[in-house]
Structures are given as C-alpha cells and as structure tokens.
Write a protein that binds this ligand. Structure first.
Ligand code: CP
Length: 304
C-alpha cells in the first residue's frame, strides 16, 4: 500500500491512505483486539531510549495478534562491536515481518532498511529527521478532538508548533503531514531553535510566542532536546520558560476551544506549565498516548 516497502516518513502516504489509517485507528480505539496480524512477528530495535513508542508498538502488535521481540541493545552483540548493518542483516535472517528502529542519527533508518529484504522496517524516530507514527497520532488526536468527519477539514486549522523545532523529528514529520493535510502552521521559538528558510505558503515563522499563538486552534509544545543540543541554544531553562513556556496566559491568546498537544516526554515548567499539561479541558497529552496504540495498529496492518 505504501509507495516503498519500508515506512520512513509520512510523505510516502497518500491522502487516501491517511484517511484509511484514521478510519482503522478509530475502529481499534473502540475494539482493540483482533487477529489481523496473527502469525506475524515484530522486532523492536531501539538504539535510543523510549517509553511511548516502543511499548505502544508492542501493545499494538499484540492487540492485532502478532508476536513481539524486544532487543535490549545494552546486552546485544552491538556491545561486542557488531555493526548496525550486521545487526539488521542478522535480525532479518530470522524472518520477522517488521523491524521497528529508533536511532539518534538522522537518516540512518532509511539506510539500515536497505539491509532488510524480508522484514518491513518502520521508522520509530531517527535523530532530528522523522517520526512518522508520532505525526500520524498527533494529527489523529486533532481530528478526534475537533470531531472531524473528513481529513479535508484540516484546511480550517492553524497549528502552532512551539519550541525546539531545530532538534525535533516530531516537528519535521508534523510539518510534512500538516502541510499535506492543508493546515496552516506557525513555527514559534527562539531564532537559535528554528531552522532557517522554512517559510512557505502555509507556514509562518514567529520569534514572539504571544504573536504566534494568536487565534490558533492547536498548540503543540515540543520538548527541549538537551541530548541533541551541540552548543548553547538558550540562556537558561528558567529564562526559556519565561519567554517561550506555554502557560494559561499564552493559551488565552489562542482560539477559545484551542487544544494543547505535547509528544512527551515533557519537561514540566520548561516548555509547558505543569498544571496546564494535566488540565483535561485542554490537554490532549494522554489521549495522544492512547491514540498512539490504535494508530500503530492501523499502520502495521496497512504495511502487512
Ligand atoms: N513521543 C515519543 O517518541 O516518546 P518516547 O521517546 O517515549 O517514545
């Protein structure tokens, strides 16, 4: 169904396929257990830490009847010097149906996928490059919160993506997906954390948070990615929160029914006010997690 064998980013999907994924995910939210992947095997191979993505791929696969093997990289032959290439060749030789890969190096998942001629490789986040299933679950969360019936309704929305865009694979996949869906995007953050030359017909850059969130329908706060910062991008965490933290005062500038997303893990009171992140009237954070399982079930079924 997807244009290439492996799933590296959202731009491989057609609008029809996105609609199919949302429709299947909606079904799996109501009735998660089924046998669509019975007899299939999925290997989780995470070179970088994860709570949400790894466990939700496992639960998604098991909900649909597949078996799951989690590779513990810290006790694998990688620690004896085996290369990533040989790791993929070895795992692929065991004839699994899927290998989900997370890695800190942007672009490497596409390269490693070339060594897998049997298993479908699914990108679970590579460096600052892409995190396609996160973008799909984010868009699905917006779709559900606004009770959309069709994906063409995204054209009515303006989504503010705030914070460390430069280091964020979540932001990059979301920008690609929201652009495909026809939403308007405001990228907001300090000049040091916004990529250059991003302006386009549907995307505007803002260095002033209060200007950027005016009248938007969705605010997506991004984690400050300390592990990907090569040099000093912000003066201090407390200064960052004062200028770019999403607080109630900031939310009040958006549309009255604005919703708040964060991909997690959150740095509370750094990019998002702690009490706001827990406010069920606006925060979608735990719904995003719940939707992640259903979306990953739908994606695995489409790839199978
Ligand atoms: N959003 C996300 O990718 O979270 P994890 O790092 O916990 O997988």
């Amino acid at each position: 169904m997807i244009k290439q064998k492996h799933f590296i980013d959202v731009d491989q999907l057609s609008l029809k396929q996105i609609e199919q994924i949302f429709s299947k995910a909606d079904k799996y939210l109501k009735k998660p257990l089924n046998s669509s992947l019975k007899g299939k095997r999925l290997i989780n191979l995470f070179f970088e830490n994860s709570t949400r993505t790894r466990s939700s791929f496992e639960i998604a696969a098991k909900n649909s009847g597949a078996e799951v093997v989690n590779i513990d990289v810290s006790t694998s032959a990688l620690k004896k010097g085996e290369s990533e290439k040989d790791t993929i060749l070895t795992l692929n030789a065991m004839e699994p149906d899927f290998i989900t890969i997370r890695h800190s190096f942007g672009g490497i998942v596409k390269k490693l996928a070339e060594y897998s001629d049997r298993a479908v490789v699914v990108n679970s986040g590579d460096g600052a490059h892409a995190h396609p299933t996160q973008a799909l679950l984010d868009a699905f969360t917006i779709y559900k919160a606004y009770k959309f019936k069709k994906i063409t309704e995204f054209k009515k929305l303006t989504v503010a993506i705030c914070g460390d865009v430069l280091n964020s694979r979540v932001a990059r996949s979301n920008i690609r997906l929201l652009t495909m869906l026809g939403a308007k995007i405001h990228l907001i953050g300090p000049p040091t954390l916004l990529p250059k030359n991003m302006d386009s017909a549907n995307l505007k850059i803002f260095y002033d948070l209060k200007e950027g969130v005016k009248g938007v329908n969705v605010i997506m706060a991004l984690r400050i990615q300390k592990e990907r910062m090569m040099s000093c991008f912000i003066p201090s965490i407390s200064d960052y929160f004062k200028v770019y933290g999403i607080t109630r005062d900031v939310l009040d500038l958006a549309k009255s029914n604005c919703i708040l997303l964060h991909p997690g893990p959150m740095n509370r009171n750094v990019e998002i006010e702690s009490s706001l992140a827990e406010d069920p009237k606006v925060s979608q954070v735990l719904k995003q997690v719940r939707h992640g399982v259903a979306i990953r079930q739908a994606v695995l079924e489409l790839l199978a």
